[in-house]
Design a protein around this ligand. Sequence first.
Ligand code: AMP
Ligand code: MN
Ligand code: MN
Ligand code: MN
Length: 271
Amino acid sequence: MLVYDLHSHTTRSDGYLSPEALLAVAADRGVSALAITDHDMPCFPSMVNHPAVQVIAGTELSCVWSRQTIHVVGLNMTVSEPISDHCAEIQQARVRRAEEIARRLEKLGMTRALAGALEESGNEQIGRPHFARWMVKQGHVKDMRAAFKRYLGAGKIGDIKSEWPALAKAIEVIVQSGGIPVLAHPKQYQMTNTKLKALITDFVAAGGKALEVCNGFQPRDQVEYLARLTQDADLLASAGSDFHGPEAPYHFPGGYTALPGNVRPVWSLWE
Ligand code: AMP
Ligand code: MN
Ligand code: MN
Ligand code: MN
């Protein structure tokens, strides 16, 4: 039986480890099938490998629904134009967005924010966490959490969503690439249950196939609630650590609250 982790990040987006290093840590942790789901950036099995870990094609696409940022994980895509073109566009959008975030932070007196964040990104993909890391190093905030709470999180000055495509578009490119769209961490959006159900209805109508029932060490009651929503909507269930690096040790590869037995795992589609 394979041990799955279908949500993880590397230096290709906002993770701290290279894909090779991530695979080594995953293998150490007993993970035998890993999806590397970098933000707006596909990772295919042809790109990286490890003798003990099967790589499942993956990505995590940023999009917007009801003026809120939503993440859709794509699994098992083939190397193809819809996903490659989409992600190439989003990378350009991320640069424009970073320039706007930097302009806003500079107005608050945080000079050289763009150069600092780019340096943190290692000149790979740029995102809000890179601004947050730079702000911590500069002493503008005490930790990443404070950076998001004060400047970068939902509704704050650095939260710019105008560059993201609509939810239906993100689902469409995953489907067109032969992949499985998974609604990532549904409990992280801080929605009322009524709103979350409306999101799931639209997600299904647009071609969504699975809910991420387990994301890291979520409380058991949340996982059980999401399992019920999965059954009610006749969807599949996914599970992943959302590991970004050793700096977030409670999300180690393979680390997530166990998937309840009353849902059909998304991997039943390919096993
Ligand atoms: P972006 O892709 O630029 O929109 O940034 C989103 C990423 O920021 C998420 O994938 C998380 O990794 C990270 N993030 C979001 N909220 C927080 C937070 N409160 N503290 C630390 N990191 C966060
Ligand atoms: Mn992230
Ligand atoms: Mn996410
Ligand atoms: Mn993620």
